[in-house]
Design a binder for this molecule. Sequence first.
Ligand code: SF4
Ligand code: SF4
Length: 188
Amino acid sequence: MAITVKKIEFRRKLTFLERIWLPEILRGLWITNRHFVVNLSLHILNAVGIKTRRKGAVTIQYPEQHRGYHWRLRTAHYLTRREGGGPRCVGCMMCETICPAKCIYIVAKEHPDPETEKQAASFTIDMGKCVYCGLCVEACPEDAIRMDSGHLEISCYSRQEMMYPIDRLLATEHDPAPYKDYKRFLQE
Ligand code: SF4
Ligand code: SF4
């Protein structure tokens, strides 16, 4: 079979009208103003009691007002515990190995229970480097690490505070509250 080479052009040449910018600027202004007028009209009609099929767009007043998170949204990590209270993590390093951002740092040690091979002596995640890909959760054979804590507001004042140590990861649990209003905001 003959091999053909397909040439892919990455950049399309701009037309004359696109190169002089003005028509594109006017087009952008037209789109923005059209949305503004349509939304304003819908809000006025709804305010005076006239029902419309579509409701006007609403800006969520973050951070005073929160939109509920979708149940599939990945939020900050936490480490789960066994029924007896000990960490589920067996220090296998699968999450550290697969992490594309190289932001998980684990030191493993022998577990006192001979049935369990190892445990994590230290387990730190650099949240400032994490790209929230979820691969660490997928790779874990023990369901020891999860990303459904419901916490997303992780900003802080120093790089050091972004390093989440094992105590903090074990103290965090799944919080259902941020997820529960997701449908309500879609319906409003
Ligand atoms: S979510 Fe992705 S980037 Fe973040 S710690 Fe897990 S594997 Fe690494
Ligand atoms: S969190 Fe899971 S994948 Fe990571 S070291 Fe512990 S047991 Fe292994």
